[in-house]
Design a protein around this ligand. Structure first.
Ligand SMILES: [Zn+2]
Ligand SMILES: [Zn+2]
Length: 160
């Protein structure tokens, strides 16, 4: 069954993440600016496993000096490139991010009524996907399984 949320691994260390981010930035001749560092720290602090770029912008609402929306958006895409953050397209223009470092592979159930996201891992399904790929002589590198529908709460409330 779906687990509503797999929490970030408690052993996830911010220093390791910052090191990884910094060495990626160096390769791009970019710097780990204090803003980029703060953005990564906010992602770790956030109690949302899956977040939108605007959720992240909200984290800086009361902060002075302000971290601009453009900076947050740009930093997010650099983090995706660096492999620290994963980007998911969950429906039309509904882009969701999550920390990929230190997390186990999982797939998603997406409620089209309330946008809630549930994570699941199913070993049989994983095996079946490998089998399908192999039967096409296809060498799968990764996958993202998305199941859209109505969550139990919305269903009970009649929200379709
Ligand atoms: Zn729902
Ligand atoms: Zn997830």
């Amino acid at each position: 069954m779906a687990r509503s949320s797999i929490r970030k691994s408690p052993t996830l260390d911010i220093d390791g993440l910052l090191d990884k981010f910094e060495s990626f930035l160096q390769k791009k001749t970019l710097k780990l600016t204090s803003q980029r560092r703060q953005i990564l720290e906010k992602i770790l602090e956030m109690d949302k496993t899956h977040f939108t770029a605007d959720d992240l912008v909200d984290q800086f609402r009361d902060q002075r000096p302000r971290v601009s929306k453009a900076t947050v958006y740009r930093s997010l895409s650099v983090m995706v490139e660096a492999g620290i953050v994963e980007e998911h397209q969950f429906g039309d223009s509904h882009k969701v991010y999550e920390l990929s470092e230190g997390r186990q592979h999982h797939d998603h159930l997406i409620c089209t009524a309330c946008s809630k996201i549930f994570e699941f891992f199913n070993a049989d399904m994983e095996k079946l996907q490998d089998k399908v790929a192999a039967s096409h002589g296809f060498h799968a590198t990764h996958h993202s399984q998305k199941i859209f529908g109505i969550c139990a709460d919305c269903w009970a409330k009649g929200n379709r």
